[in-house]
Ligand binder design. Structure first.
Ligand SMILES: Nc1ncnc2c1ncn2[C@@H]1O[C@H](COP(=O)(O)OP(=O)(O)OP(=O)(O)O)[C@@H](O)[C@H]1O
Ligand SMILES: Cc1ncc(C[n+]2csc(CCO)c2C)c(N)n1
Length: 262
């Protein structure tokens, strides 16, 4: 189970087992029940594995160009029609016309939101996932987002999406690290998959400061510590245990380095 209760606050468990080869994954790992969102950035090395194991795949606008251009090369599989996203979502100002025509002809649903220039393509994707997910499936839903780091305004917008949908499990991925929100509504237990992630990590608030954060399982643990931008935040920390625990009075970002995965 993902949820337990400790001293009247629920525990939220986290694991990056979606990055493990299928053979090494626990049979009933809830995190394997994920939706993949592909952003418009070079695909990560481990994309073939994420794609194969996803329950549903959504391209954010120009993310479809990346699948079209890069996926067959990455997999040495010249058959482009093996990699068809179920949905392409966004304002459609970056997807190339031939890419849109191709995926449309292969059955992808094209969700054209060009009238909306107020929210980003990633925001539109997450809204759509939330809308499509039946209530009883929401607690176990996990969304993996590839290509989340690059241009800084996009990075900020991508992180803002974690806050805008803080009741959803969303993991931002780059080739180098993952980022997720740890909502203050829960105690957190992070199970470290040391074959694929760590040891470098960071934990800090963005926006609202934290007046009290306590951790275990890190080389430099926090004990009822205050963190804010402009003062102390925990970066260049090191995981020191298979399990890291976190409790805080503020929403925090958790980030951990990824090893050279393929
Ligand atoms: N360089 C980048 N760094 C981080 N995220 C990116 C970057 N480029 C694109 N993305 C993500 O991919 C999504 C889709 O990209 P796309 O290029 O279609 O967006 P866009 O809104 O047309 O971008 P732009 O602001 O460049 O016009 C964006 O909403 C963003 O989340
Ligand atoms: C205050 C403010 N700043 C920027 C934008 C522009 N913008 C934000 S998201 C988006 C869509 C990108 O695909 C665009 C164009 C805005 N609307 N409002």
């Amino acid at each position: 189970m993902l949820w337990r209760t400790i001293r009247s606050m629920e525990v939220m468990a986290h694991s990056s087992n979606f990055l493990l080869p299928k053979l090494h994954q626990p049979a009933k790992a809830p995190a394997n029940n994920y939706t993949l969102v592909v952003l418009n950035q070079q695909l990560p090395r481990f994309m073939p594995r994420l794609w194969a194991q996803a329950k549903m795949r959504i391209c954010a606008d120009g993310g479809a160009n990346r699948i079209f251009d890069e996926m067959s090369q990455m997999t040495n599989d010249l058959d482009r029609n093996r990699y068809i996203p179920e949905i392409i979502e966004g304002d459609m100002d970056s997807i190339r016309p031939e890419v849109k025509r191709y995926y449309s002809s292969q059955g992808s649903k094209i969700s054209d939101k060009s009238h909306n220039q107020e929210t980003t393509d990633l925001h539109k994707c997450i809204s759509s996932i939330r809308h499509r997910t039946p209530n009883h499936e929401k607690p176990n839903l996990c969304v993996l987002v590839t290509g989340a780091l690059g241009r800084f305004d996009h990075e900020a917008a991508n992180i803002n999406v974690l806050y805008a949908f803080s009741d959803m499990r969303i993991v931002l991925l780059s080739d180098d690290c993952l980022i997720q929100l740890l909502p203050k509504t829960h105690h957190h237990e992070i199970y470290i998959e040391s074959s694929v992630e760590g040891p470098h990590c960071g934990i800090f608030p963005i926006g609202a400061p934290s007046t009290s954060t306590t951790t275990t399982g890190l080389k430099w643990n926090l004990s009822d510590a205050e963190m804010r931008f402009g003062s102390m935040i925990s970066t260049s920390n090191i995981v020191d245990s298979d399990k890291v625990t976190v409790q805080s009075d503020a929403d925090l970002l958790w980030t951990i380095s990824l090893r050279n995965l393929t």
